[in-house]
Design a protein around this ligand. Structure first.
Ligand SMILES: Cc1cc2nc3c(=O)[nH]c(=O)nc-3n(C[C@H](O)[C@H](O)[C@H](O)COP(=O)(O)O)c2cc1C
Length: 205
């Protein structure tokens, strides 16, 4: 079934925005030769940081891999089928969650003075909380890139290797690699695959 791209009944955003964020936005695997600046990435972060996280813990952290020598070290730490995609992207952002997020709760949760200590002695609870909210923030980040007119190419990396190479000595745990480019040009994507309908994906009780 071909879905219409021109009507958005039930939505509170216009068609162009719905298209830009979701309906015609695509995962880009082949990249335009265009610059993506740190200012653009900062604008995306400054937008998506407002998305909700558990207790406002905000555990998402970004490793922006821009330097050619660092990019080569990253290429060597993603699965072989993803290596060329990372090598050819203008910039790649490694998404991580911070298992030491509790050290920032004085800023993030000023209304709960005991929040830091609640997590300080429980590394397992921190890792679980950081992973859940970090992954949710990853979704916001992908949509935020699209809101900035950029295209995201999320893919897996060899995370233990990435952590050892780039994140040693921190509480950051990488979990997604996103190539960032501009969405332009033909043949930048694979064929669009269908999605489940609401009827298939939702159960109403
Ligand atoms: C968590 C996650 C992991 C992914 N891993 C890979 C990957 O390792 N290699 C790859 O080429 N694409 C990867 N993708 C891209 C997906 O295949 C792609 O986003 C999906 O098929 C939808 O494509 P579309 O946005 O063009 O419709 C990944 C996407 C996500 C969100």
């Amino acid at each position: 079934m071909t879905e219409t791209l021109t009507e958005a009944p039930g939505l509170a955003i216009d068609d162009a925005t719905a298209d830009r964020l979701f309906r015609t936005a695509r995962t880009v695997t082949t990249f335009a030769d265009a610059e993506v600046t740190d200012e653009q990435l900062a604008a995306v972060y400054d937008l998506v940081k407002w998305g909700p996280t558990m207790m406002n813990t905000s555990p998402l952290r970004l490793l922006v891999v821009r330097d050619p020598e660092a990019r080569q070290r990253l290429v060597e730490r993603v699965p072989e089928n993803n290596q060329e995609r990372v090598a050819k992207a203008p910039v790649t952002v490694v998404l991580a969650y911070d298992t030491d997020f509790h050290e920032r709760l004085d800023v993030l949760v000023p209304h709960m003075p005991g929040a830091r200590d609640m997590f300080a002695g429980d590394a397992a609870a921190r890792a679980e909380a950081a992973r859940t909210s970090g992954e949710i923030q990853a979704g916001y980040f992908i949509v935020g890139l699209r809101a900035a007119g950029l295209a995201a190419g999320p893919m897996h990396g060899n995370y233990d290797e990435i952590d050892a190479e780039f994140l040693a000595g921190t509480g950051w745990k990488s979990f997604l690699v996103i190539n960032v480019s501009v969405a332009e040009g033909a043949d930048t994507t694979r064929p669009r695959a269908p999605r489940l309908s609401f009827e298939d994906a939702a159960r109403i009780v």
